[in-house]
Write a protein that binds this ligand. Structure first.
Ligand SMILES: CC(C)(COP(=O)(O)OP(=O)(O)OC[C@H]1O[C@@H](n2cnc3c(N)ncnc32)[C@H](O)[C@@H]1OP(=O)(O)O)[C@@H](O)C(=O)NCCC(=O)NCCS
Length: 152
């Protein structure tokens, strides 16, 4: 799958979702965040997300249901390569409610504040989702891109 390029100079405003907290975790909360990612997505995404906790503040936004405290979704940046957004995931029970959009737009604003002009979404799965929410454009010739090494 190709990489996508996202301009950061004209991002939509991050909108609040009722009943949802979206923000950056504190370092001592990394075990629960990483367990959520490992248990619901993959060991590989957990490994990438662990890189986000090497910075202060961590380079990850998470969404949590305020009432229950349950994790709903997450979005990392600068974890796969510099300037890359992802991995991104929303728990099955929370899909289709704007959670993915909320964590992605919040992370993109953080990248803009950190000085980036563009973000790259590597090996993007749901291309139409990113085109819809953040004007993402396909980077021609980008597959396999940085993912081309032969390691398992
Ligand atoms: C892709 C994913 C993050 C979307 O999260 P979500 O919370 O369900 O998405 P949202 O509710 O915020 O959707 C925002 C908009 O995108 C649309 N959308 C959501 N998923 C889509 C998809 N797979 N393809 C096209 N459009 C999609 C929604 O219909 C909505 O449109 P609207 O504003 O016109 O109503 C989620 O399905 C997921 O975690 N998938 C598995 C992991 C994955 O593929 N991650 C990305 C790796 S690059």
């Amino acid at each position: 799958m190709p990489d996508l390029l996202v301009p950061l100079y004209d991002l939509p405003v991050a909108r609040e979702q009722e009943g949802l907290w979206v923000g950056k975790p504190l370092p001592h909360q990394s075990p629960s965040v990483l367990s959520f990612i490992g248990d619901n997505f993959s060991v590989a995404w957990k490994a990438e997300a662990s890189v986000s906790f090497g910075s202060l503040p961590p380079k990850i936004t998470v969404a949590v249901e305020r009432e229950s405290g349950r994790f709903a979704g997450f979005c990392c940046w600068d974890c796969t390569a510099k300037g890359f957004l992802g991995p991104i995931g929303v728990h099955d029970n929370f899909r289709g409610k704007g959670v993915g959009q909320a964590v992605v737009i919040a992370a993109l604003h953080s990248m803009r504040e950190a000085g980036y002009g563009y973000a790259v979404i590597g090996d993007a799965g749901p291309i139409e989702f990113f085109q819809r929410i953040c004007d993402a454009r396909i980077i021609e010739g980008s597959s396999p891109g940085i993912y081309g090494n032969p390691l398992p």
